[in-house]
Design a binder for this molecule. Structure first.
Ligand code: NCD
Length: 298
């Protein structure tokens, strides 16, 4: 049984293998080629936190490969509202399907789910912890749009403290020869233990000082729901924002990425620039999740 809980479950070779597989699925993801390799398989989507892209792209990936999906979204409408424990929910749902995708507000919840599941568990975000399938699609985006992973200079900008997309991605970046800049208000800085853990070439910077040097600018929204109180959130709300003007000095091939949803950190004026890749990035979630599902289910 193959769970996918943290990006650190994978090495460089595993990642390259999944990205290569994803590329083979791209035309299926677009509906240009039919493939039914997951016919008869059922995926259980358990989302205890809001989701648009992750849940829907898993569903599309499954259906385009001939499989089916069962969803538990609204907790109010399920037995969770009656006080059922996560362990029991997992024990039951794993009897109904061939793999489970789980998103949960608590760090460690996906690993706990895996311990109680009789089928593979895929982590779709556990609190501020990990979001490995997002990381794989982020790497896929860089590879496709920049042509390589080694030798990339990337700036991670925004809420580096609470963004699980950042906490996952930075661990994978360390497997490749990348130069990493961290750009954030002090209150949203990347936790020191993660910096130490990652090692490699990481520096704090200001966007204006590195904009002409970077190949990738990866922006995240402030993770409002993870703040201990509203007052702390208000202090940093609206503290960073990029516009088409901010990108004037960027290299021609520099790409702007964002896991989405965006709030106000990327002005819509960026959408029409040659740099915007965040919508393309969200499409890449489909072939990448096809690769992951076929790996886990077949
Ligand atoms: C991210 C998440 O849930 O961590 N969303 C996503 O899966 N694309 C990012 C976010 O919510 O800011």
């Amino acid at each position: 049984m193959k769970h996918l809980i943290s990006i650190t479950d994978l090495d460089r070779e595993d990642i390259s293998y999944i990205l290569k597989k994803a590329e083979e699925f791209e035309d299926v993801a677009m509906g240009k080629r039919k493939l039914r390799i997951l016919e008869g398989k059922i995926l259980g989507n358990l989302f205890f936190e809001p989701s648009t892209r992750t849940r829907m792209s898993f569903e599309v990936a499954m259906k385009r490969l001939g499989g089916d999906v069962i969803n538990m979204t609204a907790q109010e409408a399920s037995s969770v509202a009656k006080g059922e424990t996560l362990a029991d929910t997992i024990r039951v749902v794993s009897g109904y399907c061939d793999a489970i995708v789980i998103r949960h507000p608590l760090e460690g919840a996906a690993r706990f789910a895996a311990e109680n599941s009789s089928v593979p568990v895929i982590n779709a975000g556990d609190g501020a912890g990990q979001h490995p399938t997002q990381t794989l699609l982020d790497l896929y985006t860089i590879k496709k749009e920049c042509g390589r992973l080694d030798g990339i200079t990337i700036a991670l900008m925004g809420d580096l403290k609470y963004s699980r997309t950042i906490h996952s991605l930075i661990k994978a970046l360390a497997l490749f020869e990348m130069k990493i800049y961290l750009i954030s208000p002090e209150a949203l800085a990347l936790p020191e233990d993660i910096i130490e853990d990652v090692g490699g070439e990481i520096k704090k910077a200001r966007l204006e000082d590195v904009i002409s040097e970077i190949d990738v600018l990866y922006v995240t929204r402030i993770q409002k729901e993870r703040f201990p109180d509203e007052e702390e959130y208000r202090k940093v709300s609206g503290s960073y924002r990029i516009t088409a003007e901010t990108l004037k000095k960027a290299k021609d091939g520099m790409i702007v990425m964002h896991p989405l949803p965006r709030v106000d950190e990327i002005h819509p004026s960026v959408d029409a620039t040659k740099h915007a890749r965040y919508f393309q990035q969200s499409f890449y979630g489909v072939p990448v999740r096809m690769a992951i599902l076929s790996e886990v289910m077949l």
